[in-house]
Design a protein around this ligand. Sequence first.
Ligand SMILES: N[C@@H](CCC(=O)N[C@@H](CS)C(=O)NCC(=O)O)C(=O)O
Length: 222
Amino acid sequence: MAGGGGDLKMLGMWASPPALRVRLALSLKGVTYEYVEEDLKNKSDLLLKSNPVHNKVPVLIHGGKPVCESLGILEYIDEAFAGVGPSLLSADPYERAVARFWGAFIDETLVKAMYQASWGTKEEKEEGKKKVTAAVETLEGALRECSKGKPFFGGDSAGYLDVVLGGLLAWVRAVDGMQGLKIFDPSTMPLLAAWADSFAALDEVEAVMPDVNRLIEFARAM
Ligand SMILES: N[C@@H](CCC(=O)N[C@@H](CS)C(=O)NCC(=O)O)C(=O)O
């Protein structure tokens, strides 16, 4: 491990997908940091002071300066720790633009559909499930384009998009468990199904992934 040391602190919450993205990125790059678990029902003064606009996790605090919003934090980590571990984003500007496009798609389309499939009226949930399937079909195509036959969106190794989608992976499995779904169904989404297995098997990923059964219990109590 290298990098941040005592200078780098991350405010997160164990079940939060955006917070998990940041932990995944730091783990894959091998950057050391202090992790602070937030109680979102009783937020710390540090969180309120560090993210006064949204009061949300994740927040990365580097040298006393806070960085908010998970997608921006991933880019910050890649730039601020450019000499540490693998790069998350490609050196090619076009590939970076494509990765950012799909990152926004995951947040704006897949995440919203997953919420709708899990919480709401029966009709809303059914509509949400259809939207999840449509978004995942689109992502299957994105993975085909970005990976160029390699296991990850980033090619041979996990990068920015792997982390963006990987932050949702435990929730994908929890929603599968709760709704009787198979969101990354190997028969219809073979690339994403194989991607999910390859990503989850990485040591750096295993080290920070939350337990799916604990997530299901957490979701049922919400
Ligand atoms: N767009 C933000 C979303 C962050 C977010 O929604 N964080 C949630 C946890 S998953 C949170 O802190 N919620 C506390 C609240 O809404 O009061 C990101 O990507 O960082």
